[in-house]
Design a protein around this ligand. Structure first.
Ligand code: SF4
Ligand code: SF4
Length: 354
């Protein structure tokens, strides 16, 4: 039986304050914040006392908690021997700073996104040390969804509005507050240390809320043959041209995606003199035309349809071939944020059909 707690709605700021020192360490708490813009958006920002926050589904997933859009991998300094300029000394310092982080109020699709990133970053032949440090000091407090949006299809991909994968604590909205349930050893430790009311009196109400949302889901299509069908479609240029005709190659779908993890590496500065040079890792997008352009000028994916084929095949065919599960969690952000409303569900269904 897992540990459960109850927190009143108006006590959430106090809970966030208490989380700041969770596990005996100073924590960065990332919370969803409403950002009125041309299109109202919700983004994760570090919590500060008195700051307004929301528990709406974020427009931008909290992927930056483990994979910042831009990070320094190493700093380097070069020194020439004035007596012998051909003699060069290179000093490299690895960036090891990592602030323990709690993501608060993300959704089950966001939490599952971390699990999907874990496989290539941690479970391949090499673990990425930068990712690993952040992941090992990450705590995920996820709000289960009380309803689904019209672009959500998490249950097609093996997840669901109350799915615990990738979370440490699940919180479910009940009358006047939230029921918190530990779903990992880290979550158990966290809830046990917080001074909150016992969750037992609210357990039935929370389970009912979860059952209700799961009961609203339409049956998911059978995607068991998708991996093989996509592999068979790989050379069907007409199919990919038709499916991609509207795409602008803007890359928005990949930047909003909690499971896309392509990056580029660049050096900034030559490292001579007072200021060290920096080797940077920045998000990149397989939908961008330059992504596969080689130094020779050759580009193995010169057309938009080549890049779309790669994006869809990676998520629904080649990643599952390696890791046994889709690398799309059905969050729907690539649909809701696409300027031409291109719908990944339609492509996957078309590719899966006979
Ligand atoms: S967001 Fe839409 S238009 Fe932009 S690259 Fe993705 S599918 Fe194409
Ligand atoms: S591909 Fe689209 S639906 Fe799937 S995880 Fe990425 S943004 Fe979400």
């Amino acid at each position: 039986m897992s540990t459960t707690r109850y927190v009143e709605q108006n006590a959430l700021p106090a809970l966030l304050e208490a989380l700041r020192t969770a596990f005996g360490q100073e924590q960065r708490i990332l919370v969803p914040v409403l950002q009125p813009a041309v299109k109202e958006s919700v983004v994760f920002k570090p919590w500060q006392l008195g700051m307004a926050f929301t528990l709406k589904k974020a427009t931008v997933p909290p992927k930056e908690a483990v994979l910042p859009p831009c990070e320094t991998l190493v700093q380097y300094k070069r020194t020439k021997n004035p007596e012998n300029p051909a003699e060069l000394t290179l000093e490299v310092t690895e960036e090891t700073h990592c602030q323990p982080t709690i993501v608060f109020g993300c959704r089950p699709c966001d939490a599952r996104g971390f699990s999907i990133l874990d496989r290539p970053y941690l479970q391949g032949p090499f673990a990425d040390p930068y990712y690993q440090r952040r992941r090992e000091s990450l705590t995920v407090i996820t709000q289960t969804c009380n309803s689904t949006g019209n672009t959500c299809f998490c249950h097609w991909t093996g997840s669901g509005p109350t799915h615990p994968e990738g979370s440490d604590v699940l919180m479910t909205a009940v009358e006047n507050g939230y029921w918190l349930e530990a779903v990992s050893p880290r979550g158990e430790k966290l809830l046990a240390a917080l001074s909150l009311a016992d969750g037992a009196p609210h357990a039935d109400a929370a389970q009912k809320v979860r059952e209700n949302v799961n009961a609203t889901l339409e049956p998911a299509p059978d995607l068991s043959k998708t991996q093989a069908r996509l592999a068979a479609r790989f050379t069907d240029a007409d199919f990919w041209r038709d499916q991609t005709a509207r795409c602008l190659s803007c890359g928005g779908c990949t930047y909003f995606c909690p499971t896309c993890y392509c990056f580029n590496i660049t050096d900034e500065g030559d490292g001579y003199g007072e200021n060290p040079g920096r080797r940077l890792r920045t998000w990149d997008s397989c939908m961008a035309s330059h992504f596969t352009r080689e130094a020779s000028g050759h580009n193995s994916r010169p057309n938009t349809q080549d890049r779309m084929r790669n994006r869809i095949s990676h998520k629904f065919s080649t990643y599952p071939e390696t890791w046994g599960t889709f690398s799309c969690n059905g969050c729907g952000r690539c649909i809701s944020n696409c300027p031409v409303c291109l719908d990944i569900r339609a492509i996957v269904l078309a590719a899966t059909s006979d």
